[in-house]
Write a protein that binds this ligand. Structure first.
Ligand SMILES: Nc1ncnc2c1ncn2[C@@H]1O[C@H](COP(=O)(O)OP(=O)(O)OP(=O)(O)O)[C@@H](O)[C@H]1O
Ligand SMILES: [Mg+2]
Length: 313
């Protein structure tokens, strides 16, 4: 598998539908950190001053939870894809960060694509997505797509127009199986989009004291990937309280840092005033997750630069 994942430069043909600097976050397994990673990486890139568009292709619409905007039905995106019209864009969800929101109506795409013709496949959805995003590409430095764990047509459509894929995974065997499943989808799309590259694997939700497990998972993944893509050095630690707070409040981890500090001040103030302190936070700090995502963002951006320069060579 390692060798077959590498795209020799000679195979690159003009048929590629990849849009530069479009990155999909994917894994065939649910709950492994796809949305959290996409949202926080996007947040950091925007914080650093680059223009970011986030696209939620998941019928679950979870990106709304991590970025704190109102949940949507996905109907506008569904219509824009089907009718080839401009999508609804939520502007300035953060400074430099816009969002094309998803939602449950995206489930209809899968059924629609299957029923359109017996020859219908993810390729058709890739064309729709290309028509939707290509006109927007010049407005942004980076477009990040959050994909669902299932819905093959949606995921392969995202791959068909992406230049790179980031795969977050947990350490358990089922998640590693998910990496293998997504690698197969990746290979299936490579015929159509030979520019597609695997940016790397993110170890997500790693136990702080699971060093031996982490080492063993890194070895397994390195064996699976060969020289095709790295397992990023930065891993995201398992911190349930901080992540529950971030999602409940619609805050990215670097924002949670500030929010819990403010909450602590208010708690002390309330105590001094003899009132009962209530702030609704489970965590007392974001436990280093902000720094981890900052480092991971740096690694992902370097890798994207590397992929781009390989592409030009
Ligand atoms: N550092 C962390 N430690 C533990 N849990 C976390 C951490 N960060 C996020 N979580 C939680 O883990 C759960 C899964 O994360 P997330 O939704 O990002 O995964 P996903 O792969 O996008 O899931 P799905 O396949 O359902 O789309 C969420 O409840 C999220 O809040
Ligand atoms: Mg998700």
């Amino acid at each position: 598998m390692a060798r077959s994942l590498q795209a020799p430069a000679s195979q690159k043909t003009p048929q590629t539908r990849a849009i530069d600097r479009v990155v999909s976050f994917a894994n065939g397994k649910g709950g492994v950190g796809k949305t959290t990673t996409a949202a926080n990486v996007g947040g950091y890139v925007a914080l650093a001053g680059s223009r970011v568009l986030m696209v939620d292709l998941d019928p679950q619409g979870d990106l709304a939870r991590d970025l704190g905007y109102e949940r949507q039905t996905g109907r506008e995106l569904f219509h824009a894809l089907i009718a080839g019209t401009a999508p609804l864009i939520l502007r300035d969800v953060r400074e430099n960060l816009d969002v094309i929101p998803g939602g449950q109506d995206l489930e209809d795409i899968q059924g629609l694509m299957v029923s359109r013709s017996s020859r219908s496949d993810a390729g058709d959805f890739g064309d729709m997505l290309y028509a939707l995003l290509a006109p927007l590409a010049d407005d942004y430095d980076l477009i990040l797509i959050d994909t669902p764990p299932g819905e093959r047509i949606l995921v392969e459509g995202a791959f068909a127009i992406s230049s790179a894929v980031v795969i977050p995974t947990k350490s358990d065997d089922a998640s590693i199986d998910g990496v293998e499943r997504i690698a197969r989808r990746f290979l299936a799309v490579r015929d159509r989009n030979p520019s597609l590259q695997l940016a790397g694997i993110v170890l997500f939700g790693v136990g702080p004291r699971s060093l031996r497990l982490e080492r063993s998972v890194r070895e397994t993944l390195a064996e699976m990937l060969g020289t095709v893509a790295p397992v990023f050095e930065t891993r995201i630690r398992n911190l349930e309280s901080a992540s529950a707070d971030a999602r409940r409040k619609g805050l990215l981890f670097h924002e949670l840092e500030g929010a819990v500090t403010d909450a602590q001040k208010s708690r002390l103030k309330a105590l001094r005033a003899g009132e009962k302190p209530t702030d609704g936070f489970f965590s007392r700090n974001a436990g280093g997750l902000a720094e981890e995502f900052e480092q991971l963002t740096g690694e992902i951006l370097s890798r994207l630069n590397e992929i781009e320069s390989e592409d030009r060579a």
